[in-house]
Design a protein around this ligand. Structure first.
Ligand code: FES
Length: 103
């Protein structure tokens, strides 16, 4: 299990093994931008500020090699390899979201 922190706002949640960041965010009550949920549209693009990911299967038009080298990822296909800090828009947080304390 890995911990994700989304900034701005230091919103944190946990991702289970083999779970994508988008799936975990939605499961935890966080609404972030997304569209196809399949690595094709690029709507869920975000930036890594710390940590590393398995980018998963995606179309190059949704995330290019250049974008990957500049720390971009797709929330719908990426799986964290480490605890991760990313920059992304959190559109809303449901009442089911429970903040996790991070030391
Ligand atoms: S939601 Fe379409 S690429 Fe992630």
């Amino acid at each position: 299990m890995k911990t994700i922190t989304i900034n701005p706002g230091s919103v944190t949640f946990e991702v289970n093994e083999e779970e994508t960041i988008l799936s975990a965010a939605l499961r935890n009550g966080l609404i972030v931008p997304y569209g196809c949920k399949d690595g094709a549209c690029g709507s869920c693009k975000a930036k890594i500020t710390d940590g590393s990911v398995d980018y998963g299967l995606h179309q190059r038009r949704a995330l290019s090699e250049f974008e990957k080298s500049n720390q971009s990822l797709l929330l719908c296909t990426a799986r964290p390899l480490t605890n991760l800090e990313i920059t992304a828009n959190v559109l809303s947080i449901s009442k089911e979201y429970q903040a996790k304390n991070v030391l």
